[in-house]
Design a protein. Structure first.
Length: 429
């Protein structure tokens, strides 16, 4: 049955029955947003999730389709708290590898630093989970919520905002109207563009080469961030599978070099990766399918208007070097749900502006870190390498500085998880 706020009337023929909330995009952020808003509304809000791709069927096992590809996500500790609030962590944890230690270094220069979970009194700084598992768990949970309806295989094209609702048109004549439209359909969103909510884009002129590798010894819950002139590389622990010690490798390279390494033989690729990484994590003995992803930063010029909120990569698509893209989006999700809880009309401008203002500092800090960190380690001016080394040594020698950086990296810095804790204290679930 429609909720009490579901009577926004457009008087337009062929429009779907009204919804409180329409989420454009059924990827990881869109599904998490649906779950968080359903919890905030205590199941009273009718929520539609519209996804252009076909969503996998089945019993929650990972299927490499739609937005759930072979990539992995490093979930910060702050993200773990949010997923616990949503009741998902118990299901997801068996498929996640904890990060208890992080080693950060630069090739060919002195200076490195290490971050340790025990320094903060935590069990882990974060966890790494394959997107296929993360997507499967989110999708299974959404399918169990009676107030959420999924519309896969429908591409939304344009939207209009009226005083009482948003009208959204899709391919094949399908249309929707809702009190609040949440746009989570990816970077440089065409739906946001149809509303005049454009974005700025910065091309990093590099590609991320992504694959899973097997090492000759256990990773012992260590993650590695290695900076080099050619680009940064991250090695993240994954759960052991059939006795194989697996890690996720993400390597940022020039498009030309990335393409060469993607097409190279396995031995040649592993040798190149080992040469950059060194032998601290062990010897690389095998790699899986290699994928290339062009890298760019895309930032929405507006994130909210009356009746609309721009979320996920549609709001901010970041360089993956600091692993903060999904974590930042998940903090946005928790904050928006907190702000809308108890609202009579979820599309009113005042709570959306409070959400936007409350997220400003965290977004600016995280976007700045993701944007400037790769460039800092790519500087070639005389003395730049020595300064970078001194910076890493300073973090290693000053425990307070290192702990502060670790808290931010774990998504638990000032203002980062405030919304989650407030939701916990107010029993929003």
């Amino acid at each position: 049955m429609p909720g009490r706020n579901a009577d926004c009337s457009g008087g337009v023929k062929g429009v779907e029955q009204p919804w409180e909330i329409l989420i454009a995009g059924g990827g990881l952020v869109g599904l998490a947003l649906a779950l968080a808003l359903d919890a905030a509304g205590r199941g009273r809000w009718r929520i539609a999730v519209v996804e252009a791709a076909a969503l996998p069927e089945g019993d929650g096992q990972p299927i490499y389709r739609a937005g759930f590809d072979a990539r992995s996500t490093a979930l910060s500790r702050g993200s773990e708290l949010i997923l616990r609030d949503l009741g998902l962590w118990q299901t997801l944890a068996p498929h996640a590898a904890p990060i208890r230690h992080i080693h950060v270094s630069q090739r060919g220069a002195a200076g490195s630093t290490e971050l340790h979970a025990e320094a903060h009194g935590w069990e882990a700084l974060g966890h790494v989970v394959e997107n296929a598992w993360l997507g499967a768990v989110l999708l299974a949970a959404v399918r169990q919520r009676p107030a959420i309806a999924l519309y896969p295989g429908r591409r939304l094209q344009r939207a209009q905002l009226q005083s009482d609702c948003a009208l959204v048109e899709g391919e094949g004549g399908a249309s929707f109207r809702a009190r609040l439209l949440c746009i989570a359909d990816g970077a440089r969103s065409p739906l946001a563009a149809s509303l005049g909510m454009g974005c700025s884009h910065h091309d990093y002129r590099c590609s991320a080469l992504v694959t899973n590798v097997v090492t000759d010894r256990p990773h012992r819950q260590w993650a590695y961030e290695r900076f080099a002139d050619s680009g940064p590389m991250a090695l993240l622990p994954l759960p052991t599978q059939q006795g194989r010690h697996r890690s996720a490798l993400i390597w940022s390279l020039s498009p030309e070099r990335a393409e060469v390494l993607a097409e190279a033989g396995e031995g040649e690729f592993l040798q190149a990766a080992q040469q950059l990484l060194g032998y601290r994590p062990g010897r690389l003995v095998h790699c899986g399918r290699r994928q290339l992803h062009p890298l760019g930063r895309s930032l929405a010029r507006e994130q909210v208007r009356r009746r609309v909120a721009v979320m996920g990569n549609a709001a901010h698509a970041l360089h993956p070097v600091a692993g903060q893209g999904f974590n930042l989006s998940l903090r946005d999700v928790a904050a928006l749900a907190r702000e809308l809880a108890g609202q009579e009309d979820v599309g009113e401008l005042a709570p959306l502006l409070r959400y936007s203002e409350g997220r400003r500092a965290d977004q600016a800090r995280t976007i700045g870190l993701s944007h400037h960190l790769p460039g800092l380690f790519e500087l070639q001016q005389p003395g730049a390498g020595a300064l970078r080394g001194l910076g890493l040594m300073a973090m290693d020698l000053l425990p307070g500085l290192r702990r502060g950086f670790g808290a931010v990296a774990a998504g638990c810095g000032p203002g980062m998880v405030q919304g989650v804790r407030e939701c916990e204290n107010n029993s929003w679930m």
